[in-house]
Design a protein around this ligand. Structure first.
Ligand SMILES: [N-]=[N+]=N[C@]1([C@H](N)O)O[C@H](CO)[C@@H](O)[C@H](O)[C@H]1O
Length: 794
């Protein structure tokens, strides 16, 4: 199956055809939306054939399919991705140019599909791209939220949330499947059989996920909640309009909006309903498809590999058992075995507040039959292992323990994290089920995160080692032999400079800020969370500002600090940190003494598309979490791949990045995970650290005195006190080392030759962090699902 390239003129014909016939518009009256939609439909037409062929080949192979269950798929935009995977980017540019249109402008008109919070959701999207590129038959299953992650706006430097509206326009890439519907029950009671009190309909929407070179396409099936009764005419006729529309509104609420919490459980009834809604619809769909192929239900695990993306779909264990036992008459003990052989679970965090525990009362009210089944699962677990670990405890249902016990394999997402999972959250279960916990270090798709977003570097790499790296990222190693070549290094830095100029223009357009592309672009972009320590970053920025002001004639390396990231709406401290960063930025950026040497910018509404403009332009990647807290990180991988140097702690995948790119090409600082645990036991460790750090003490006094909050001096007393009294994430203890390391970065940046060598080696040695490698690991160690593409890729 070859790459589906198309001639520009043929593509243009198809675009005009869709403009007229699909959108009913002529060229005179066409809007940017019309052109973008016409191009998308024209390219989508080219995706259907490989999609059908892949589905047909999957049925013929009668092999095993992967089912990736995730509450989040942080997809971003799809137009550029599809154009590149079809090998039709140049044709699209030409076809539009001949119509007097700019491809980049048309691409930017597409809203992000922001159906996720952060790393976990983006990982799921990268995994879908790799599953298709590797030709592994798979389905992604999730929820078609009407409103994805909220839009972030700043008012007086404070985060304001506005509902996101990606579906306000037609979403071109999906196909509605009116015939694919399932009934999802809630509440009620179990009287032999489960009689739900409430039922909603799950309706499927399919999006084809095309892989590199258009050789294979899998399906992302997202569920939308619909009422069993569209409009209650009886109530309406009785004059009760509200009563007439309530059923629809209540049902629709289930897929209405994404909960905006990253690494914190929502714990709300609607969230539990969302988790059960999509999990049940997905499992009913899997069992129906399996049944339609005529296999014996007892062999389900030979044909089905289900991966649970964190505990959000952990109800899958009891639900699959319910379908097998209650609907297919499989004996309970056998049903438990079959379900376990199908299920595997990925843990993404150690943070206690992220481990889902549902109130027993709420659970019993919402899913009475499943609670019965969980009691059976727990009894089976206790009797088979003699374990003392309970699933139901302290009046709650522990979803981590449920997912673990019901999975034949549990994995962490970086080498350090998987070891910590064994030693901490699941230490007892690790003893009960030795060997069940393995590691699969995260990865990112090189298509979106290098080939798509970094054309200057892509071109240089293609010129230097050919194009096979795109689906075999280890090939980047071949660049190492060129690192000693001055010409190559010059081209490498020229690519970086081009991306920095592009970002400078973007910042001018988007936030009205002018920046110096020669400055060091130092970027921290990720969700705002205390463990990610944006707080420490801005404190160090103030210390650096002080140093420049103390010695304005010093030979300071100009630095642009960029922050990006959203805080969960209910996360007060994180929102305070955002406010502080914006307040500090206002003061520093207007300081005549320092403004040419230091600038702080915080563009609002960080998302996937913004990351694609920021990451290629970065010189320095901030990965400064408290060691032992960031399970992996994936932004860290994207930055290294795009030739940024990392300043970071020995946390998550930073450890493996440093091992692979070479410790001499990584700016390490901070306490290790073990030292963090020990330091916390020391009395008054934060006061001691502050007392021993004049830089930090000075900065905290400046903040407490209201230097950055003129007219509201007490604004940050809470934040400062937090550091003195409850510095759980050891900002105070790592501050000096971080500050000293930032000074080393300044010195290193001046030596352009050395810096460019280090940067090029980061790119050359980042092959391991491809999500293709990660998926190959899952396929081999967990799913046993070979590629259906033969070696020649056909
Ligand atoms: N939930 N969750 N976990 C995370 C991220 N916040 O989404 O998953 C990501 C994907 O595994 C990790 O990279 C990251 O360290 C971890 O915190």
């Amino acid at each position: 199956m070859t790459n589906t390239t198309i001639a520009p003129e043929d593509l243009q014909k198809s675009i005009l055809q869709h403009l007229e016939k699909s959108l009913g518009k002529d060229t005179q009256n066409a809007t940017l939306y019309d052109w973008r939609t016409s191009l998308s439909l024209a390219l989508r037409d080219l995706v259907v054939d490989p999609w059908f062929r892949s589905t047909r080949k999957t049925y013929e192979a009668a092999g095993k399919r992967v089912y990736y269950l995730s509450m989040e798929f942080l997809i971003g935009r799809l137009l550029e991705d599809v154009a590149i995977n079809l090998g039709a980017e140049d044709a699209s540019r030409k076809a539009l140019a001949d119509l007097g249109l700019e491809y980049d402008k048309v691409v930017r008109d597409e809203p992000d599909a922001a159906l996720g919070n952060g790393g976990l959701g983006r990982l799921a999207a990268c995994f879908l791209d790799s599953l298709s590129t590797l030709g592994i038959p798979a389905y992604g299953y999730g929820i078609r939220y009407e409103h994805g992650l909220f839009e972030q706006h700043f008012e007086d430097g404070r985060q304001i949330e506005v509902a996101e509206g990606w579906l306000a326009q037609r979403h071109t890439w999906e196909f509605e499947r009116p015939e694919v519907t399932y009934r999802i029950g809630f509440g009620g009671h179990v009287n032999g059989n489960w009689e739900p009190a409430e039922t909603v309909i799950a309706n499927a929407y399919d999006t084809p996920i095309l892989g590199w070179k258009g050789r294979w396409a899998n399906t992302l099936r997202l569920w939308s909640a619909k009422p069993t009764v569209l409009f209650d005419l009886g109530s309406f006729n009785r004059g009760d309009l509200v009563g007439a529309v309530v059923p629809e509104a209540l049902a629709r609420a289930i897929s209405r909006v994404l909960y905006p919490d990253d690494t914190t459980e929502a714990g709300k009834e609607l969230r539990l309903k969302q988790e059960y809604f999509f999990t049940s619809a997905s499992l009913q769909d899997i069992v129906r498809r399996f049944g339609s192929e005529g296999y014996d239900i007892d062999t389900l695990a030979d044909h089905v590999a289900i991966q649970l993306n964190d505990t959000h779909p952990a109800i899958a264990g009891p639900e699959l058992i319910r379908l097998l036992a209650d609907d297919h008459g499989v004996e309970m003990a056998r049903a438990i075995e079959i379900a376990r052989d199908c299920l595997a679970y990925t843990n993404h965090t150690l943070l206690p507040e992220a481990l889902e525990r549902w109130d027993l009362g709420l659970f019993a009210r919402t899913l009475p039959r499943h609670l019965q089944i969980i009691e059976t699962i727990e009894a089976d677990h206790l009797s088979r292992t003699g374990s003392h670990v309970r699933i139901i405890e302290d009046h709650s249902v522990k979803m981590g323990e449920l997912a673990f016990v019901m999975a034949h394999c549990v994995n962490g997402v970086s080498a350090l994290h998987s070891e910590l999972v064994k030693k901490t959250v699941f230490a007892d279960l690790n003893r009960d089920y030795p060997g069940r916990i393995i590691n699969q270090t995260n990865g990112v798709t090189p298509r979106r995160w290098l080939y798509n977003c970094n054309a200057p570097l892509r071109e240089l790499i293609n010129r230097t080692i050919g194009e096979s790296w795109v689906d075999d990222l280890d090939q980047l190693k071949k660049l190492e032999t060129h690192v000693s070549d001055a010409g190559f290094l010059e081209d490498f830095m020229a690519a970086k400079q081009a991306n920095k100029k592009r970002l400078a223009n973007w910042l001018g357009e988007q936030v009205g800020q002018t920046v110096d592309p020669a400055a060091m672009f130092d970027i921290q972009i990720k969700r705002i969370h205390e463990y990610k320590r944006q707080f420490m970053n801005i404190l160090e920025t103030i210390a650096h500002w002080n140093e420049i002001r103390d010695n304005p004639n010093g030979d300071w390396t100009p630095r642009l600090k960029i922050f990006g990231g959203k805080a969960a709406p209910g996360y007060f401290v994180a929102k305070e940190i955002i406010h502080l960063i914006n307040d500090v930025s206002r003061v520093i950026n207007t300081d005549p003494v320092t403004r040419d040497r230091l600038k702080v910018i915080y563009p609002p509404n960080y998302n996937v598309s913004m990351a694609e403009v920021l990451i290629p332009a970065a010189d320095l990647s901030e990965q400064i979490s408290t060691a032992g807290k960031e399970a992996s990180g994936t932004g860290n991988m994207k930055f290294a791949l795009n030739g940024a140097l990392t300043i970071g702690t020995l946390d998550g995948a930073n450890v493996e990045i440093r091992e692979r790119v070479g410790e001499e090409n990584f700016f390490l600082f901070g306490l290790t995970a073990e030292e963090v645990v020990n330091r916390r036991t020391q009395h008054d460790f934060s006061r001691t650290a502050i007392a021993n750090s004049p830089h930090l003490a000075r900065v905290l006094n400046q903040i407490a005195d209201g230097l950055f909050s003129a007219g509201d001096p007490g604004r940050y007393h809470g934040l400062v006190t937090l550091l003195y009294e409850h510095d759980y994430f050891l900002v105070t203890c790592d501050f000096d080392d971080y500050h000293a390391t930032q000074n080393k970065v300044d010195t290193a940046f001046v030596d352009r030759r050395r810096w460019s060598e280090m940067a090029a080696l980061n790119t050359a040695r980042s092959g391991w962090f491809s999500s293709d490698r990660t998926i190959e690991g899952y396929a081999k160690d967990i799913w046993n699902t070979p590629s259906l593409l033969d070696k020649s890729g056909s």
